[in-house]
Design a protein around this ligand. Structure first.
Ligand code: TXA
Ligand code: MG
Length: 359
């Protein structure tokens, strides 16, 4: 059964937090908002509870969970041997959308880490998440609350959508939209130099300047190519995928991008396929003025090109909406891989199953 409780995101309702923390203490599941996406959480030190997370999501057991802590003081319960340079990053980044891979503390169940000797840990910058962890009295292990393979949930409605037909007991804390809309940045600081496993709202540029070292950015962190499973267990699985076919159109030159979006759209229209464009406001305006012949296609607005944070916030909802409007194919606009743009392009490319068209 899904039990949904609404709460204010900034001032969490104490009664709602009590109900949810009781559920965690009893070994149950709670879907809760973070600043990135909704998580599906359980008591980190209760292996049976954590197994319920894998079962509910349909998540392969070798794809470990992220442990969420309320304060830096709890880090010692889940991780050991934190390198000196990492403390500087932690001081600056937490609470916030940065997950660190660190050597695992012995008490963390192997189920949480998929049998690895490292853990993923972060402190989320969301009052509801922090209150839940605090009142549960335990770090909370939580992947994104979507069913495995689906776009991550940025609204409580997305969580309900994914589990409403299942026989599963989840307390859902509905605090409205999450703040960033894409999952946390993951960096493996057990490697020298550190390796970016997943780009997110905490940007590579910020990380480089904080760490003062080089950071390796593998191709898979850009959403391209196969992941090295030894490094990034979760990245081998298909992610974020809408059911509708998706293409990503990329071009460094903006006029070239508009022309390519037009050409690809015309091409599919000529094959009697129903097309939806996932594009920014600026692009919608230019595209239909320059190329009125495609003005009949469906449009899902993803935000503003001049403010990529708005694109991040709408991204997963846009991918879910693509499945609701009954088209044959979605064509998404690529943006620059800078700042949060790297995270957006990683998600879009993966969502498309690497169906990328370049100019
Ligand atoms: O923003 C977020 O990170 C959200 C919210 C809920 O915190 N969580 C999230 O979790 O997106 P998710 O579904 O991406 O799962 C955790 C990711 C997986 O890609 C997993 O492979 C990786 O973290 N991970 C966990 N432990 C790891 C480890 N020891 N080594 C390498 N990667 C690890
Ligand atoms: Mg996920």
């Amino acid at each position: 059964m899904l039990r949904v409780y609404r709460t204010d995101p900034i001032n969490p309702d104490p009664e709602v937090i009590r109900i949810a923390s009781d559920q965690i203490k009893r070994g149950g599941l709670v879907a809760f908002p973070t600043e990135t996406v909704y998580g599906l959480g359980a008591d980190t030190f209760n292996a049976d509870a954590c197994l319920k997370v894998f079962r509910a999501k349909g998540r392969p057991p070798d794809n470990p969970l992220i442990i969420h802590i309320a304060s830096i003081n709890e880090l010692g319960r889940v991780a050991v041997d934190v390198p000196d340079i990492v403390w500087r990053v932690i001081d600056k980044a937490w609470p916030g959308p940065l997950t660190l891979i660190l050597p695992k503390a012995p008490d963390v169940p192997k189920e949480v880490t998929g049998g690895r000797n490292t853990v993923a840990v972060r402190s989320p910058a969301h009052p509801v998440a922090l209150a839940l962890i605090k009142y549960s009295g335990t770090p909370i292990a939580a992947p994104s609350a979507n069913k495995s393979g689906r776009p991550s949930p940025t609204l409580a409605e997305h969580v309900i959508e994914d589990y409403r037909d299942d026989d599963v007991d989840i307390v859902i804390l509905d605090a409205g939209p999450t703040f960033f809309g894409v999952e946390s940045t993951i960096i493996d600081v057990t490697r020298k130099p550190p390796v970016l496993l997943r780009p997110g709202p905490f940007t590579l540029e910020e990380l480089r300047s904080l760490l003062g070292t080089d950071i390796v950015v593998p191709e898979f962190a850009r959403g391209l190519g196969e992941a090295d499973v030894a490094l990034a267990p979760g990245m081998k699985y298909r992610h974020y995928a809408p059911r509708t076919r998706l293409l990503v159109v990329e071009c460094g030159d903006y006029n070239g991008l508009l022309k390519l979006l037009r050409d690809v759209t015309v091409d599919y229209m000529a094959r009697s396929m129903k097309v939806a464009l996932l594009i920014t406001k600026e692009t919608a305006e230019s595209l239909f003025t320059m190329y009125p012949e495609i003005s009949g296609v469906s449009v899902i607005l993803m935000g503003y090109r001049r403010d990529p944070y708005t694109i991040a916030a709408n991204l997963f909802d846009s991918l879910r909406n693509l499945d609701k409007i009954n088209v044959d194919i979605g064509i998404a606009e690529g943006i620059e891989e800078r700042g949060i743009g790297l995270a957006i392009m990683n998600r879009l490319r993966k969502a498309s199953g690497l169906s990328i068209i370049k100019c």
